[in-house]
Ligand binder design. Structure first.
Ligand SMILES: Nc1nc2c(ncn2[C@@H]2O[C@H](COP(=O)(O)OP(=O)(O)OP(=O)(O)O)[C@@H](O)[C@H]2O)c(=O)[nH]1
Length: 527
């Protein structure tokens, strides 16, 4: 849950980062997967094809070797059949072995299955009757490449034989050349030429699935016909296939036939090795793409920062509308794209309107609606400021004489207009720094900053005369009485209160003195 909340409550920059980095990673991952799959298929196909080609090449070489061996044996059989005086069986078997370098030994068997000649000598005695299990060539009486068998001398070998027919068509026996499979025979030599440096290896099976050649010589002669890939090779077809070997390891195998002997050549490579190469390739791709990926992520981070910055600043400032500098802060925000710029304008407008409203409300709450002079609340703010600044001042308490009579005679509306007119007159008459406040129905307090008592009394007299000489709507003339109070020492709340009370007291005196006159306070804080 905390992680979920963190994601949901995250800011714009994190959201942009999450979104873009997520997209980049998904795209990258997908690309890697696609590349991996394509490469894997390519690598497998090319390995299968390469192994098939190798198998075909080796099979072709074996085919050539066996064909050549069959020709050699057929030629010798021809010579022996014609009983050429210059050709004895002993010489012929020796020639067959020495000349072609294909055979390890050669032997001539007569029609009684007795050894007539053998080379190298001593392998078997002349006159020796070959055992039943090695009489395939003897009985079949046709050119033959035998299956592997064990000779009496303990070798695993194949025999390539050709029958010898007399001129009258009589069967005289056969001549055969043998090739050892488990020793340094011509087949082994041929196969070893195709050894691989890696774990790829080849083997040759005959039509019964018996191993004729294998990288591990001990396995020669083993029957592996149950293996699926061997069964393919035994079918004398050419192709490739993914299959398990005898150790249950997955192999990519290619196979091809040797038609002359019904053999199959199989070349195979462990799949794991191929995939290992692919994995290191993919790792390489990953390493090489890392700098660009890192650069992309940094660019995304910077862009996310730049995109979210103006909005973040706007949001932060929008939460601080009470801050005096908030508008300046918002103006300084670099809104470099359309949406941010529109939002900035909207926020500025909204804050402007809000301030306007607040100012209006503030002014309304401090102003008397009839006269637009300060009311008691507005006056108090100024007095607090005077106190804070230690501002010296004199104060005039002003009251309209016999105002009740005005109301009674002309009505309340006219009374209101008289009050308004008097306020306008006072504002016009007073200096800019002076402060006029309406503190009661027809009572006013006027504050004269930096004005001594004498000067204030003179100003009050002038004002009194000015009012008395001014025409008022309907009423024509009114008079006012004014009391003057002053501050004589330090300005504090008590001194201010006392000055106002002095002015009130002086006003009372003025009223008692017959009105339309000014009285200054006789007492002071010092006295
Ligand atoms: N038209 C109008 N009359 C007001 C207003 N506020 C107070 N008054 C009236 O002002 C009159 C004040 O009368 P008083 O305070 O008795 O004294 P006065 O008649 O002015 O006589 P002195 O002050 O003694 O000269 C009352 O009749 C109030 O009704 C106002 O806002 N408008």
């Amino acid at each position: 849950m905390p992680l979920f909340r963190y994601i949901v409550r995250t800011d714009l920059r994190r959201l942009i980062l999450l979104l873009t980095i997520g997209s980049v990673l998904v795209t990258l991952g997908n690309s890697y997967l696609a590349i991996y799959n394509v490469q894997r298929q390519l690598l497998m196909d090319s390995t299968l094809e390469a192994n098939q080609r190798y198998a075909a090449k080796v099979a072709e070489s074996a085919q050539m070797l066996l064909t050549s061996a069959q020709h050699s044996v057929a030629y010798s059989a021809e010579l022996l059949a014609h009983q050429s005086p210059s050709t004895s069986p002993d010489e012929e078997v020796a020639r067959l072995v020495k000349q072609s370098e294909i055979f390890n030994s050669a032997i001539v068997i007569n029609h009684k299955a007795e050894v007539v000649s053998v080379f190298p000598e001593g392998t078997v005695e002349k006159g020796y009757v070959i055992p039943e299990n090695t009489r395939q060539s003897f009985y079949e009486r046709k050119p033959l490449i035998t299956s592997p068998f064990h000779s009496i001398s303990g070798n695993t070998l194949i025999s390539i034989s050709h029958p010898i027919w007399g001129e009258d068509g009589q069967y005289l026996g056969y001549i055969s050349g043998t090739i050892y499979l488990n020793k340094n025979g011509s087949i082994s030599r041929l196969m070893k030429e195709h050894f691989f440096t890696d774990a790829t290896y080849l083997y040759v099976v005959d039509q019964y699935g018996e191993l004729l050649f294998h990288a591990d010589p001990k396995r020669v002669g083993q029957n592996v016909s149950q293996m699926p890939i061997v069964q393919q090779a035994m079918s004398l077809a050419e192709g490739s296939k993914e299959a398990k070997n005898s150790l249950n390891i997955n192999m990519l195998a290619g196979y091809a036939p040797v038609p002359a002997a019904n053999w199959g050549v199989v070349v195979q490579r462990p799949k794991e090795l191929v995939m290992g190469a692919l994995n290191s390739q993919m790792l390489n791709v990953l390493w090489r793409s890392l700098p660009i990926a890192a650069l992309t992520l940094i660019i995304i981070w910077v862009m996310a920062y730049l995109i979210s910055k103006p909005l973040r600043q706007l949001a932060r400032n929008a939460g601080n509308v009470n801050d005096e500098d908030v508008q300046n802060h918002i103006v300084s925000i670099r809104s470099w794209y359309f949406e941010a710029s529109q939002l900035k304008i909207a926020v500025l407008n909204a804050i402007g309107l809000l301030n306007e409203k607040i100012h209006k409300l503030d002014a309304d709450s401090n102003t008397d609606p009839l006269t637009q002079l300060y009311n008691r609340r507005g006056m108090q703010r100024w007095l607090d400021e005077f106190e804070a600044k230690g501002q010296q001042f004199s104060v005039l308490a002003l009251d309209i004489d016999h105002f009740k009579a005005v109301n009674d005679r002309f009505g309340h509306d006219v009374g209101d207009r008289v009050i308004q007119q008097l306020a306008a007159l006072m504002t016009e008459f007073l200096r800019e720094q002076d402060l006029a406040c309406r503190v009661g129905g027809e009572e006013f307090l006027i504050f004269l900053p930096d004005t001594k008592c004498d000067r204030a009394t003179n100003i009050a007299r002038s004002l009194c005369e000015h009012v008395a000489s001014t025409n008022m709507p309907k009423v024509q003339r009114i008079t006012v009485s004014i009391g003057v109070g002053c501050i004589h020492a330090d300005v504090d709340a008590r001194a201010i209160d006392l000055a106002i009370k002095q002015a009130d007291a002086a006003l009372y005196e003025a009223k008692n003195a017959g009105r339309n006159c000014v009285r200054a306070s006789q007492c002071s804080l010092d006295s």
